[in-house]
Write a protein that binds this ligand. Structure first.
Ligand code: C2E
Ligand code: MG
Ligand code: MG
Ligand code: MG
Length: 293
């Protein structure tokens, strides 16, 4: 805006721009009120091993339970929280909430991993490691390797060396795991894989969705799987919606997956029951058996 003002001062008094700012301010305020009024909750989406049938873990996804509008997806409100003064407060709440839930599951004998999504700004904010460390210390008996941070690949773009340092600290000092989320959407994915010491790579759902109809996407999925293998990273396919995709992923050597064909995100209280009742689809095991013999 300072630049604009130099070129054309009338921009400062642009009425529509002003209205946008007022709208945005109101949106942030509504979200702030909702957050402090406990209208936010975490849903959890299972991550399974397609080959062994094991439920490996769950991913925490923030939801807004709106009194009139019902359940609101994070896609609609996270972009407003991100780039507002609420970003770190909400992010820390997610960490605390998910860490407590992990403890509750482990106390029930449910040995899951829990992953959370962390914004780039929060990750690189001063005191992030110290704050995470303090949260982990609230349950000293709980092993931090069951806790995983998902960082959007796009986050890493500008600040590769800063992100690298935080990832190292998370893993080496705190013992938490780190995943690169939405992998393949950045413009230098190979550089990221090469320079970021992450435990896991999550193939972006856009590639998985179209891989059976689009040879380019098929090739990308295949390459990410073999690259991850070569770099000794875990690889997870996101957004798996049908049995054909599962079967092709298994043939490609991808064992870990999330998606609606397995389960949609659900409230924390439903996870134990779902896990106990989970059985891989019969056509998957058939294919694995054929594959082995
Ligand atoms: P993500 O981390 O890549 O999460 C996966 C998204 O894909 C989730 O959407 C999930 O519900 C959806 N999904 C899972 N399986 C399928 C499938 O088979 N088909 C389709 N079409 N979609 C599937 P959701 O819950 O709307 O979250 C969207 C994004 O919002 C997340 O993408 C993540 O980047 C962000 N987000 C969610 N929770 C948080 C949070 O607590 N903090 C931050 N910073 N970001 C969050
Ligand atoms: Mg994620
Ligand atoms: Mg993702
Ligand atoms: Mg995503």
């Amino acid at each position: 805006q300072a630049k604009l003002a130099g070129k054309n001062r009338f921009h400062l008094f642009d009425a529509s721009q002003n209205q946008q700012e007022i709208d945005r301010h109101k949106q942030v305020n509504d979200i702030k009120t909702a957050f402090h009024g406990q209208q936010f909750c975490l849903y959890y989406q299972p991550k399974v091993n397609l080959k062994s049938g094991q439920v490996v873990g769950v991913e925490a996804l923030i939801h807004w339970v709106h009194p009139e509008r019902g359940l609101i997806s994070p896609l609609l409100f996270m972009p407003i929280i991100t780039a507002s003064h609420l970003e770190i407060e909400v992010g820390n709440w997610v960490i605390k909430q998910a860490w407590q839930q992990l403890g509750a599951w482990h106390n029930q004998g449910l040995s899951l991993e829990v992953s959370i999504n962390i914004s780039g700004y929060h990750l690189l904010s001063p005191g992030f490691i110290e704050h995470l460390d303090a949260t982990l210390a609230t349950q000293p008996q709980l092993a931090s390797q069951f806790f995983q941070l998902e960082i959007l690949e796009s986050t890493a773009l500008d600040e590769l060396s800063a992100v690298n340092k935080v990832i190292k600290a998370c893993r080496d000092q705190l013992g938490v795991k780190v995943a690169l989320d939405d992998f393949g959407t950045g413009y230098s994915s190979l550089t990221h894989l090469r320079h970021l010491p992450v435990d896991c790579v999550k193939i972006d759902q856009s590639f998985v969705r179209d891989m059976l109809g689009n040879p380019d996407d098929f090739a990308i999925v295949e390459s990410v799987i073999s690259l991850s293998d070569a770099f000794h990273r875990e690889v997870v396919a996101e957004g798996v919606e049908n049995h054909n995709q599962v079967n092709v992923l298994l043939l490609m050597g991808c064992e870990l997956a999330q998606g609606f064909v397995i389960a949609k995100p659900m409230p924390a209280d439903d996870i134990a029951g779902w896990t106990q009742g989970y059985q891989p689809h019969s056509s998957w095991s058939l294919l694995v058996e054929q594959n082995i013999s």
